[in-house]
Design a protein around this ligand. Structure first.
Ligand code: B3K
Ligand code: ZN
Length: 851
């Protein structure tokens, strides 16, 4: 395989200051004519090399004269050139309706759209398809007017008109130089929800959300979120929008969540369409977050882009950090932080502990699409968060101002970003840079010894080895620390930000009036694993008294984890501590219901597994169910009270959302208790619900139970939503995630359901992706889960390598399991690697997982 290395970066030989594209659009065959003005970059005599993807040019001309001295080398078009500046014209024909990879120009639901990041533009036309070549684009499109009445591209619309043969045309111009990955066009039969936003300097921007006519009523939430995001970015980062129009188009077939193309974002419809009947609170929140994320990229990504793909976290980590801040400001900061940390632990920590671990700024790749990972995105966001904590809010803002100002209009590096933080913050981030270079989640052991009025906190850190990196240096870990009095329950110290940057260190606290209890890594100030010797009593104490809500949640989680791991290892454990702490939290009337719901939820089966030397899925399931049953029984009155609380007609407010969340958690515990009326309660909620959150919550509970009402509810749900693809995804997903003995068989049957298709990434992820996240079902001892995943993955790879490769990582976690399971997983990986015609996407992930 060809390996691309970060250190091999070289500036482009040729630049393309301007490009004009002319598309004769049709689903079966689209003609693309490209006119590139190219300039030689530096003194060299090398020819022009343009990336392609297997096409042959129909014609090539240089300065208006047809030439035939070009050649194809691999997938590149090589054109010898003599001067310092030329105009190159090429013509190709592509077939959007045969494009199942969904990269480049493709058809979705009868419309035509593009996806170019990272390397899709080369599937449209020959071009230096790399992010450090920035060009001003002019685009002309002609198409059948009846089939494609709407023609959109980047930038601002210029002109449009009619043609004789039922065709029409439109031209668009984007004045901002951009890399090819930000190119976009859409041709389709679309309706628009329009709005407008007046920027801080008084410019009026016309906003449009484009969807199929029948979905128009589901676009208000996204449009509202867009306006909130535009206002937030002005207020919090001083960033103003820069074009006269901002368009978003929703499509059903999309490899990712959404794409930040300049002025023309293209979205997976699941991150646009919402109404209370079809979308959950989780969906509403995700829509607002993704709309904001893509909008924020206009500055962190588009105005300042990446020099090369190793710098991907420059735009993604920073933009995730920005969208997390935006979402935190829409509701509870504490709950948002809990959700983000839960997500990091569910996706990034396992990645960092497995065969696909890589630094936030990787050193090499075979296929760049495989590096759109939780490490680049979510760990990358944690790096920005740590620098923001080190600088403090005002200085951080001065540092981002400096960064935006200095690098506007350029293709920058992670190093450029850190240098701005360093300069504006007047701090030395030399050692901090290790966060970009070293993979693996640091482990911190924290011990607090107190004698009289003096306490010593001893910290030790260890960064585990990861592929290609056996020895690690100590990192800078910003740890927020505070001590509480064990008797009084009040704070003994102020919160301190400890910059722990050695293998071992001690911190002394003096003048303590009583025995201290340690609260550490408050707010999850560093993305690390903390091992402390705090007793169950101290954890219970913190879960009730800590004044940082995240730390309260964390103490409760640790108490639950300690109990569950002990139980999974020894077959049983004392549940009293957890029951008392959960009761305390449920009875604390001062707490936000959304926080309570998060705090009383047990850690997931996989997260429990991550704490064990060898994951035992069945023992974990039994331990967790036993604790759930005890919590359900012992706190029955509290759960029923929570279930009755805050019931009101649907509203999308933080308060109403919190009540809904707590009600669905309560329903789950009532079901776990084995109460005779549990299924009826769930079914009643399922039928009475005036919103999808309550309906899906009830269905989720029913589907993991044994009552026949489960079948009834699934049928009602299916029939009610059989024409709504996004809700059918939920129907598949809820079954794939069910805690049942027969889930593997159910999922196998669902792969043959008439509504199941691998051609649609959302559907593939809803069934196959969800199944592999269901620890007990996926890790069935007979290997049937592994076989199912491998079969689907091999089939999907023939259509869509990028989405297939994303399904592979669960098979790579084999070293975490017993020898029998590990061997079965290995056999499936070997079968995948031996598949003829395998894509490089899947090959890279599978072969690395076998190492
Ligand atoms: N930048 C896009 C990534 C799409 C890449 C697909 N291979 C989405 C986002 O992070 O905003
Ligand atoms: Zn992004």
């Amino acid at each position: 395989p060809i390996v691309i290395r970060r250190e091999a970066y070289a500036a482009p030989d040729w630049l393309v200051p301007e490009v004009a594209l002319d598309f004769a659009l049709a689903a079966a065959a689209t003609r693309v004519r490209a006119r590139l003005s190219v300039t030689r970059n530096g003194a060299h005599d090398r020819p022009l090399r343009l990336d392609g993807a297997g096409q042959r040019p129909l014609s090539v001309s240089v300065d208006g004269v047809a030439v035939n001295d070009w050649r194809i080398e691999g997938e590149e078009l090589v054109v010898p050139l003599t001067g310092a500046a030329h105009v190159i014209e090429t013509e190709v024909e592509i077939a959007p309706e045969r494009n199942t990879q969904l990269m480049g120009l493709y058809a979705s639901g009868g419309n035509l759209c593009t996806q170019c990041e990272a390397e899709g533009f080369r599937r449209i036309t020959f071009f230096p398809d790399r992010p450090d070549v920035l060009s001003v684009y002019s685009v002309r499109m002609t198409a059948d007017k009846a089939l494609y009445p709407v023609l959109l591209a980047n930038g601002d619309p210029v002109e449009s008109g009619e043609l004789a043969d039922g065709r029409h045309w439109a031209t668009w111009h984007d004045p901002f130089p951009k890399p090819s990955y930000l190119f976009a066009l859409v041709a389709g039969n679309l309706a628009v929800n329009r709005g407008s936003f007046t920027t801080m300097s008084g410019r009026v921007v016309e906003l449009g959300i484009w969807v199929r006519e029948s979905d128009l009523a589901k676009t208000d939430h996204a449009l509202h979120a867009l306006k909130l995001a535009m206002e937030w970015d002005e207020r919090v980062y001083g960033r103003e929008y820069d074009l006269d129009v901002f368009n978003i188009v929703a499509v059903d077939d999309f490899n990712f969540g959404a794409m930040e193309n300049k002025g023309l974002n293209i979205f997976n419809s699941r991150y646009i369409l919402a109404d209370p009947d079809t979308a959950t609170d989780y969906d509403y929140d995700a829509i607002a977050a993704v709309v904001a994320h893509e909008y924020f990229h206009n500055w962190s990504g588009n105005r300042i882009t990446c020099r090369d793909w190793f710098q991907l976290s420059l735009k993604e980590g920073f933009t995730v950090y920005r969208d997390q801040g935006f979402s935190a400001d829409q509701g509870s900061r504490a709950v948002k932080r809990i959700e983000d940390v839960r997500g990091l632990r569910a996706a990034q920590f396992p990645e960092d502990a497995g065969p696909l671990a890589h630094p936030v700024r990787p050193e090499s790749y075979q296929e760049i699409s495989n590096f759109y990972t939780a490490t680049i995105y979510n760990k990358g966001a944690e790096l920005i968060r740590m620098m923001a904590s080190i600088l403090g809010p005002e200085t951080f803002r001065a540092a981002t101002d400096l960064y935006f100002d200095r690098f506007d209009g350029t293709a920058a590096t992670c190093e450029d970003y850190v240098a701005c933080m360093e300069e504006a913050g007047d701090v030395d981030l030399t050692q901090f840079r290790l966060w970009y270079a070293q993979a693996g989640t640091p482990r911190v052991s924290a011990t607090l010894d107190s004698v009289g009025s003096r306490a010593t906190l001893t910290l030790e850190q260890h960064v585990p080895p990861t592929p290609g990196q056996s020895d690690k240096a100590p990192m800078v870990l910003p740890l927020r620390v505070k001590l509480f009095g064990a008797e009084s329950g009040t704070a003994l110290t102020e919160e301190r930000l400890v910059l722990f940057d050695r293998a071992r260190d001690t911190i002394i606290f003096e003048g303590l009036a009583e025995r201290p209890v340690l609260s550490i890594n408050r707010g999850f100030s560093a993305p690390v694993i903390v091992e402390s010797d705090r007793s169950a009593a101290d954890l219970a104490f913190l879960s009730a008294h800590d004044d940082d809500p995240f730390a309260r949640y964390e103490a409760m989680q640790q108490l639950m984890l300690d109990t569950l791991v002990a139980s999974a290892v020894h077959g049983r454990a004392d549940h009293e501590g957890v029951i008392a702490a959960v009761a305390n939290t449920l009875d604390d009337a001062g707490l936000d219901p959304a926080f309570v719901a998060e705090a009383v939820l047990l850690p997931s089966e996989s997260f429990i597994g991550d704490q064990m030397a060898v994951v035992d899925p069945d023992a974990i399931f039994r331990a967790r169910e036993a604790l759930r049953r005890d919590l359900g029984r012992r706190l029955d009155a509290q759960w029923r009270r929570a279930l009755a609380q805050g019931v009101a007609p649907y509203a999308y407010t933080p308060e109403a959302k919190g009540f809904r969340r707590l009600r669905s958690v309560a329903l789950g515990y009532i079901a776990a208790s084995g109460a005779a009326d549990a299924a009826e309660l769930a079914f009643a909620q399922f039928e009475a619900a005036d919103n999808m959150t309550d309906r899906q919550g009830a269905l989720t509970t029913l589907v993991s139970g044994t009552s026949d009402l489960r079948i009834a509810a699934l049928d009602i749900f299916y029939n009610r939503y059989s024409d709504n693809a996004l809700v059918l995804d939920k129907w598949f997903q809820v079954q794939a995630l069910a805690s049942r003995d027969d889930t593997g068989a159910v999922v196998a049957a669902l792969t043959r359901h008439p509504d199941f298709t691998l051609a649609n990434p959302n559907r593939a992820r809803a069934l196959v992706g969800a199944f592999s996240a269901n620890q007990r079902a996926f890790h069935a001892a007979d290997g049937s889960g592994y076989r199912l995943l491998a079969d689907q993955l091999i089939a999907l790879d023939r259509l869509n390598p990028q989405t297939a490769a994303k399904l592979l990582p669960p098979l790579g976690r084999r070293r975490r399991f017993d020898a029998a399971r590990s061997g079965l997983m290995r056999a499936e990986l070997e079968r995948i690697v031996a598949t003829p015609g395998l894509s490089k996407d899947v090959f890279e992930q599978a072969s690395k997982s076998l190492e």
